[in-house]
Design a protein around this ligand. Structure first.
Ligand SMILES: Nc1ncnc2c1ncn2[C@@H]1O[C@H](COP(=O)(O)OP(=O)(O)OP(=O)(O)O)[C@@H](O)[C@H]1O
Ligand SMILES: [Mg+2]
Length: 368
């Protein structure tokens, strides 16, 4: 295979994270980076920074954006316009470049949340889908002339629920998920950073029966956890000063919850760590009640669907994937499926669809 053959890339440009998936010669390469991008007023030429990109801004003239690792002065990714914005386009191009595809021809599949892929009558919102495709095909160049952008030659846009389903069809070892054999009528709950998307879909036809979006994404869980940590500290149940917890950002709280302790990650200092898992459990069990209620409103006949698929980074907290915490959603349906690496499921599912579409074409994998 030649280096000029296009590479397939699955993407999910969420409001919290950009997930990128491509094939290597023997497995899938997955990358997750935070959706932090900052608009820099004024042109920036001749810089050495590889994270600075220039593209047509949302007002029509050239604009410069920097992709960052911290949430300082970053673009608000929670707005409806974000998916069509220059900021989103820059994050996509930066992610493709960072996965080793700078200067390469790529065919990408990206997602749209179901509430943007479908219109109010649950029909395809073709205008919006086309706008996202066009946006991703617009030129983005690096501020450093030596760094070549990937050349996006084709773009597919997929609805997020369908991509989650595609991902759930395969287990971590690549074998088929037996619990989804012959299944197409599924309910998908995608617990993202800011939003939770609920969708009841026929994944064969992409027909949407019901959908809803709530703003109770992981940030709502983290807000609750922070509050519970402050209360525990004030009651003397948690040995962290309440004032210290008050000053923590939700990203700090997220890091503590994922680690399971407050303290240093350095092994030699592990005796000084303060465990927080009991508070994380209490927050998760309360948080899940909200999800259960909303789900019962969106899909009152949940039992008639063939499976409930739960994806998004929030699945780690509610689905028992962290610190041996209980799986709080196991009893929601007979067939609850949380695909591996649920925070990357949509990007993986977009990639799987591309692979199916282009399986006969001459394509490149990494290393070829
Ligand atoms: N192992 C993990 N990897 C990634 N995210 C995790 C993990 N465990 C918990 N999370 C939480 O999940 C959040 C990200 O979820 P996800 O990537 O699904 O959001 P998103 O798709 O960017 O957001 P949205 O769908 O609202 O646009 C993180 O901010 C983090 O709080
Ligand atoms: Mg998401």
């Amino acid at each position: 295979m030649s280096k000029s053959a296009p590479v397939l890339v699955g993407m999910d440009c969420g409001s919290g994270n950009v997930a990128t998936v491509m094939a290597t010669s023997d497995s899938m390469k997955v990358r997750l980076t935070p959706s932090y991008v900052r608009h820099l007023p004024g042109a920036t030429k001749g810089t050495d920074l590889r994270n600075m990109w220039i593209t047509k801004g949302d007002n029509g003239s050239d604009a410069t954006y920097a992709v960052q690792s911290k949430a300082i002065n970053v673009v608000d990714t929670r707005t409806k316009d974000y998916q069509l914005s220059a900021a989103c386009r820059v994050l996509v191009v930066n992610a493709i470049s960072s996965i080793g595809l700078a200067g390469r021809k790529v065919i990408i599949a990206d997602t749209l949340p179901a509430d943007q892929f479908y219109d109010d009558n649950n029909s395809l919102n073709r205008t919006h889908i086309e706008k996202k495709r066009e946006s991703l095909k617009m030129a983005v160049r690096n501020a450093n002339a030596d760094i070549h952008s990937p050349e996006i030659i084709e773009v597919r846009i997929m609805p997020e629920g369908v991509t989650a389903f595609n991902a759930a069809l395969y287990q971590q070892d690549g074998s088929s998920e037996p619990r989804l054999e012959g299944v197409s009528d599924v309910v998908i709950v995608d617990i993202g950073r800011y939003t939770i998307n609920y969708a009841h879909i026929d994944c064969d036809t992409q027909d949407l029966f019901a959908r809803a979006t709530s703003d109770q994404g992981v940030h709502a869980f983290l807000t609750l956890l922070k509050q519970l940590m402050i209360e525990s500290a004030e009651d003397g149940m948690l040995a962290i000063p309440a004032e210290t917890i008050r000053k923590m950002t939700l990203d700090d709280i997220d890091a503590v919850a994922r680690a399971g302790y407050y303290g240093s990650p350095i092994e030699a200092l592990k005796d000084k760590r303060i465990p927080v898992i009991d508070v994380v459990k209490a927050a998760a069990s309360t948080y899940v009640e909200e999800i259960k209620y909303k789900l019962s409103v969106v899909v009152p006949q949940l039992g008639n669907a063939h499976a409930l698929i739960v994806v998004g980074g929030g699945a780690h907290y509610v689905g028992g994937l962290l610190h041996n915490m209980p799986n709080y959603i196991a009893d929601l349906h007979d067939n609850v499926i949380i695909p591996h690496q649920p925070e990357c499921a949509n990007a993986r599912g977009a990639f799987i669809a591309l692979q199916a579409e282009f399986e006969d074409e001459e394509l490149t994998t990494e290393g070829s």
